[in-house]
Design a protein around this ligand. Structure first.
Ligand code: DCP
Ligand code: CA
Length: 606
């Protein structure tokens, strides 16, 4: 295969040939608006001081009131008026109050033993209460719904509780063709038909569209003053300005309808949109024009960039004595690096140029599992004491499932999983098919979970459980073949029936879908290891564990199998809450066979 670096070795600072591509009628009329579309526009919209804003709106307070949200003794959100007193998340409540005596500190809502709903209790205690983020999830969903309703042809991807990526490419294209209908007609005298270049756009009025970052020419990034007209604009700049108009309108609507201010970054891809979203906060939006990309990126310390931080960043900084994106940019011209890392470093090469072809995509996986968990400051020692925590976790799952079913009435969990950690030992889990009932109440969930709890604790007189997690997995819109499920929900009383699978038995201790551990084969029973069909690793009993009678060995192997399942379970749950991590782009990138050393190890496609 030809090297993707070909021709790049002699690149210069001007090597940003993708920044001003020649646009043709074929581009503008294409219906295939993928990640390589030259008029692609993406925004990242983030809510300002989100939890503090949710509490301010709930309490109907004046936006100028300094307010922080606390969780036990820590501050987790600081409103902008409170920030003016120098208060930050790092402060202890006591110190924050010294900085601002009028500070309002609201403790997050909590679930309390014996209560079905979370609330704002007077005395909260981590030994008896569990944090509830339900208010913030609900408010977050309202904001996401507003994005989706305002942009029926856009794509919205929730990136965290208060951030979303929005792909404006299609809505912008529609507006572009509506405003400049002459773009939809290839002129009769166009020299190359569809492949003829578009005429230059009219100058753009940037005023009131946000902070526009300066193109090259000054030291690093700067702001473009509110110039009335911009003669050097490209069609991509026009696309950005249309997205900025739409974004501003949605942000204004969110503010007037829900009371939240937001900040957005608008650029040609997710990486850059995210990078400039916090350029100016609060209640602001920043536009990064393609011409400004090099001057914006180069002065940034590269280790601050999400994918270039951590161990990879440390290793690069140490080995090459570099600190900024610009340093790395020029370093990457060097043949040595190219031959050393080859294709595997291509994604860094592209990132340094502000290229990111990650899609904006709604994550349906968001609904695949729902987890309520509690790390216990005081471990459970009596098996019977587990019940109260199970009810607390069941209350949270009931609330969250019923909330989700408001917009998706047939949403149904296939399975309920109970996961406990015993002291510092490894954790265990049990799962069972979830009964199909119309009303998912705390009682129904707690009954299923209690049964799992009994199975996990067995006949033990005492236990040492330091963490309890209860999860719904396999959440999907239920289908009942011929019968209308809505009819079922509308007409029947609470009754137990089951989805396709009707066994309510102890299933393999592997929890999430896709977790596909090999079931024991007869030849495995006397074996001392098994191969996980998911990660393909051979998992073996340790020396000394493989002794004893066949049934003892089989029992230990079964325990090992279940613990390995727990490991995947924990990993899946963690991953289901995280955004995607970029991997080297292009399907042609191959796995390395030889275990690489030094920095090279960071460039393997996982
Ligand atoms: N959060 C948290 N613990 C943290 C960081 C954040 O509980 N260590 C919660 C509280 C925040 C919310 O997540 O309100 C969103 O996090 P952000 O980092 O976006 O911070 P804010 O929205 O509070 O402030 P900003 O205006 O800087 O975005
Ligand atoms: Ca935020």
């Amino acid at each position: 295969m030809n090297s993707p670096w070909k021709g790049k070795a002699k690149a210069t600072n001007q090597d940003h040939d993708d920044l001003r591509p020649t646009l043709t009628y074929r581009h503008i009329l294409s219906n295939n608006l993928g990640v390589r579309d030259p008029l692609r526009v993406v925004a990242l919209c983030d809510s300002d001081a989100f939890y503090a804003a949710c509490e301010r709106v709930r309490l109907e307070l004046d936006p100028n009131v300094p307010i922080v949200v606390q969780q036990w003794e820590s501050i987790i959100a600081v409103s902008y008026p409170a920030r003016e007193f120098g208060i930050s998340r790092m402060d202890k409540i006591k110190d924050a109050k010294k900085k601002c005596p009028n500070l309002l500190a609201v403790h997050v809502a909590t679930y309390k033993e014996g209560e079905k709903e979370p609330s704002y209790w007077k005395d909260v205690d981590t030994r008896t209460h569990k944090v509830s983020l339900d208010l913030y999830r609900r408010e977050s969903n309202k904001i996401i719904t507003m994005f989706k309703e305002a942009l029926p042809t856009g794509e919205v991807e929730k990136a965290s509780i208060d951030e979303a990526f929005i792909d404006f490419t299609r809505p912008v294209r529609e507006k572009l063709l509506e405003r400049y209908p002459y773009l939809a007609q290839v002129p009769a005298d166009a020299p190359n038909g569809m492949d003829s270049p578009l005429p230059p756009p009219s100058p753009i009025k940037w005023d009131n569209l946000g902070t526009v970052l300066l193109p090259e020419g000054t030291d690093g990034a700067g702001e473009q003053s509110n110039i009335d007209v911009d003669g050097g604009a490209t069609w991509h700049d026009v696309a950005l300005s249309i997205a900025a108009e739409l974004m501003r309108k949605i942000r204004e609507d969110i503010h007037s309808k829900l009371g939240y201010t937001t900040s957005a970054g608008i650029a040609r891809n997710k990486f850059l949109a995210k990078l400039c979203a916090s350029y100016k906060k609060p209640n602001s939006q920043t536009i990064l024009r393609n011409q400004a990309i090099p001057s914006y990126l180069h002065p940034l310390p590269f280790q601050k960039i999400r994918f270039l931080g951590g161990k990879l960043g440390d290793a690069l900084a140490k080995e090459y004595d570099v600190s900024t994106v610009g340093d790395l940019f020029f370093l990457y011209m060097v043949d040595e690096i190219q031959s050393k890392f080859g294709e595997n470093a291509l994604w860094i090469y592209e990132l340094l140029r502000g290229i990111d072809r990650t899609e904006v995509k709604e994550k349906s996986a968001l609904f695949k599992s729902m987890l309520a968990s509690k790390n216990l400051p005081k471990p459970i020692t009596q098996p019977l004491d587990g019940h109260q925590w199970i009810r607390v976790l069941a209350a949270e799952l009931a609330l969250r499932l019923n909330d989700a079913r408001e917009s998706m009435p047939t949403l149904w969990p296939k399975t309920i999983v109970l996961h406990v950690r015993k002291g510092h030992e490894t954790s265990r889990s049990k799962q069972v098919t979830f009964p199909f009932v119309r009303n998912v109440t705390v009682d129904v969930i707690a009954a299923a979970a209690d049964k799992l709890w009994k199975e996990l604790t067995g006949d033990s007189k005492t236990v040492n459980i330091t963490s309890v997690q209860l999860a719904f997995t396999g959440l999907e819109k239920a289908e009942m073949g011929q019968k209308s499920i809505e009819g079922f929900f509308a007409t029947r009383d609470v009754q137990r029936t089951f989805l396709k699978r009707s066994r309510e038995e102890d299933e393999p201790l592997v929890s999430l879908e896709n977790t596909d551990l090999a079931l024991p084969k007869s030849s495995d029973i006397e074996a001392v290891s098994f191969q996980c069909t998911r990660c393909r690793k051979t998992i073996a009993l340790r020396e000394g564990q493989a002794t004893g009678g066949p049934s003892e060995v089989a029992q230990r192997l079964a325990t090992l199998r279940s613990e390995h399942g727990d490991f995947h379970f924990a990993q899946d749950l963690a991953n289901s809450n995280e955004g995607s991590v970029p991997v080297p782009r292009g399907s042609s990138l191959k796995r390395q066979k030889v275990e690489p050393k030094g920095i090279a190890k960071f460039f393997i496609q996982k």
